[in-house]
Design a protein around this ligand. Sequence first.
Ligand code: IPM
Ligand code: MN
Length: 348
Amino acid sequence: MKRIAVIPGDGIGIDVTRESLKVLKRINELFGKELEFVEFDWGADRYLRERVALPEGALEMLRKDFDAILFGAIGDPRIPDNKHAAQILLAMRFGLDLYANVRPVQLFHEKLCPLKGVTPRDVNFTVIRENTEGAYVNAGGVFKQGTPDEIATQVEVHTRKGVERVIEYAFEYARRHGKTKVCMSDKSNVMAFAGDLWQRSFKEVAARYPGIQTNHLYIDALALMVIRQPKDFQVVVTNNMFGDIVTDLAAALQGGLGMAASGNINPNGVSLFEPVHGSSPPLAGRNLANPMGSILTAGMMLEHLGMAEAARRIEDAVIACVNEGKMTRDVGGTLGTREVGDAIAGTL
Ligand code: IPM
Ligand code: MN
């Protein structure tokens, strides 16, 4: 039995996670009650009501009592600085040491790609985004705030340990998935200190994987190349902020944010799975959000939990629904969130 902590969060996170649970419950029927779910209402409503983002002892409980976490999305216009997002999602990424953010970029049908003549054979790579440091540590400060002499600094933190382990994860991921190339991307032509650490770490780790080809691209060049020549990429490893930006860009190749899945992985602990998209307040509660990203994310979670066959079945069911046009409007379909969830669960 695997225990799953379910955190729908805010906005369409709630809509899409409901459909993922529908699909996972169908998996339970088909595979013999392997999964148990416990739902948590951490998000904007609770935060506004009780001023509590992540309750006392939450991280310890997740670590001890659960095999995986299924997350929806976080962000709410009533909390303009999104403080609760930092206190929930980023706190879990940091506190549970979820250091590899694995974001597959896979095109399921030509009709989903905004580029001419690009087929599923051309778009099949994975971005491994460092997930616990870089620009996300919120280091820095302000001075003379509100005056004409105001100063703000925002400091990035890159540690030898943090850089090396995520690069190593990228090579291990490549090996496990039969990929033969790893590309590291940074901005070492400008950010010399962090760049040097990434460059040296990459060379050292690469030397331990003689069977895997390597290359390097500056992040601006990579942004061009993933659009122009997506076929060249198999595994990309990059820092937290660059990974954030490039995975939104890459999601466009798959049909948009509605199609993109991710796993926040700690190889030695509990991991968290979430669609790449945000909470999209304008779509929330209107049966409009695309649940495929979340459902594919649930599939990634099952694969991580050793249920490879169930994971494959989920992906196949999504592909079948894409082929039959059983999709939401953002990807050219006519169905609602619930109907797409029903179609995928039904196909299973
Ligand atoms: C993501 C999101 C988050 C991030 C936000 C919600 C903090 O954009 O998971 O990509 O920047 O990492
Ligand atoms: Mn993002």
